[in-house]
Design a protein around this ligand. Structure first.
Ligand code: COA
Length: 322
C-alpha cells in the first residue's frame, strides 16, 4: 500500500473556564436534570476573552506535532475546519501557519459546520493519496460560545469551545481506509448561523446567532448517521463487528446511542466526551479521538470509525486503521 494517510500525532485543547448546567439555569428557564436527560451534557468549556479559533488551534496543533516528533516546517498542508474563524480572511489556517512559524506550506479553511473536521480529513486523504502532499495538519477549532444566543434555551445548553488536531503522513502502512462526505442544503433552514454584516435587506434583522429546529435536526441526524455507517462498512467490505471504536460527533447522547445500537456496539466501545464538553462543532470528533489515543483506549492496528453531522446539512465518516 502506498500513499496512505497515517495518523502520526493528535492534540486537543479545551479552555479553562467551565460552565455548568446550574449556571445556565440562572440565565434561561432550564434545569440540570432537563439538560442531562435530553442531551447527556453536564458542563462545557468557554473560551477566555482573548482566545480565538487560531489561538486554540495552535495549542492542539503543537501537541500533535510534538507527538509526531517532526519539525513543523515539514508540514506541507494545513486545513482548519471552523465555523467561528478569527476573521473572514485571512483564513484561520493561514493564521495558524503564522503562529506555527511555518515558512512554506499551503493553508486554508473548510466550512462544513459540525462535519468540518471529517471533511478536512477527507480532503487531506485525497491530497496524500494522490501524492500531492506528504504531511498534512488537520485542525477543528471552534468558539461556539460567541455564536450562541445565551437567552435561547434551545441552543445555549448544547455548545462549547475547544480545538482538536491530527497530523497525517503519507505512509506505506494502513491509515485512513476511506472517507465519505455528503451535503444536502435542502435543510438549510433547520440549522444555521447568519452573518449579519453581509445580510440582504430582507434578512438584516437577523442576529449572528445559531438558530436550530432541534427535534427535526435530531431525527434527520439519527437517520443520516445510520446510513453513513452502512455506506462506510459496505465500501470497505467490513462487518460491523470489526469496528473497535466509534468516535462520533458529540452533539447529543441519544443520537450517539442510536448510532451505537445500529452498529450493535456497547457504549464502552464508544468514545464519549460530550458530558464535560458539550458540542464543540468541528472540534468534537478530533477532541474525542485525541482523548482516546492519549489515554490508551485506541491502540495501533485497531479499526476506528469517526462520524459527524452538521448544518448544511453536511455529514461524513472516516474509517481508520490506527
Ligand atoms: N430546558 C427546558 N425545556 C426546554 C429546553 C431547555 N433547555 N429547550 C427546549 N425546551 C422545551 C421546549 O420548549 C419544548 O416545550 P413544549 O413542549 O412546551 O413546546 C420541550 O422542551 C420539548 O422540546 P424539543 O425541542 O422537542 O425537545 P427535544 O427532546 O427534541 O430536545 C434538543 C431538544 C435540542 C436537546 C434535541 O432536539 C437535540 O439535541 N437536537 C439535535 C441537536 C443537534 O444535534 N444539533 C447540532 C447538530 S450538529
Amino acid at each position: 500500500m502506498s500513499h496512505c494517510a497515517r495518523i502520526i500525532g493528535t492534540g486537543g485543547y479545551m479552555p479553562e473556564t467551565i460552565r455548568t448546567n446550574e449556571e445556565i439555569s440562572q440565565l434561561v428557564d432550564t434545569s440540570d436534570s432537563w439538560i442531562v436527560e435530553r442531551t447527556g451534557i453536564k458542563t462545557r468549556r468557554i473560551a477566555g476573552p482573548e482566545e480565538t479559533a487560531a489561538s486554540m488551534a495552535e495549542i492542539a496543533a503543537t501537541q500533535a506535532i510534538d507527538m509526531a516528533g517532526i519539525d513543523a516546517n515539514e508540514i506541507d498542508l494545513i486545513i482548519v475546519a471552523t465555523g467561528s474563524p478569527d476573521r473572514v480572511y485571512p483564513s484561520t489556517g493561514c493564521l495558524l501557519q503564522k503562529r506555527l512559524d511555518i515558512k512554506n506550506c499551503v493553508a486554508f479553511d473548510v466550512q462544513a459546520a459540525c462535519s468540518g473536521s471529517i471533511f478536512a480529513m477527507s480532503i487531506a486523504d485525497q491530497y496524500i493519496k494522490s501524492g500531492a502532499a506528504n504531511k498534512v495538519l488537520v485542525v477543528g477549532s471552534e468558539i461556539c460560545s460567541r455564536l450562541v444566543d445565551w437567552t435561547d434555551r434551545s441552543t445555549c445548553i448544547l455548545f462549547g469551545d475547544g480545538a482538536g488536531a491530527v497530523l497525517l503522513e503519507s505512509s506505506g502502512e494502513a491509515g485512513i481506509l476511506s472517507t465519505h462526505i455528503h451535503s444536502d442544503a435542502s435543510y438549510e433552514d433547520m440549522l444555521y448561523c447568519p452573518n449579519p454584516q453581509v445580510a440582504t435587506d430582507s434578512k438584516k434583522d437577523e442576529q449572528g446567532f445559531i438558530s436550530m429546529k432541534g427535534s427535526e435536526v435530531f431525527k434527520v441526524a439519527v437517520n443520516t448517521l445510520g446510513r453513513i455507517v452502512d455506506e462506510t462498512l459496505e465500501a470497505n467490505g467490513l462487518d460491523k463487528s470489526r469496528i473497535d471504536w466509534l468516535v462520533p460527533h458529540q452533539a447529543n447522547i441519544r443520537i450517539i446511542a442510536a448510532t451505537a445500537k445500529k452498529l450493535k456496539m456497547s457504549m464502552d466501545r464508544v468514545v464519549l466526551t460530550l458530558e464535560n464538553q458539550g458540542n464543540t462543532s468541528s472540534a468534537s470528533v478530533l477532541l474525542a479521538f485525541n482523548e482516546a489515543v492519549r489515554d490508551g483506549r485506541i491502540q495501533r492496528g485497531q479499526i476506528v470509525l469517526l462520524e459527524a453531522f452538521g448544518a448544511g446539512f453536511t455529514w461524513g465518516s472516516a474509517l481508520i486503521k490506527y
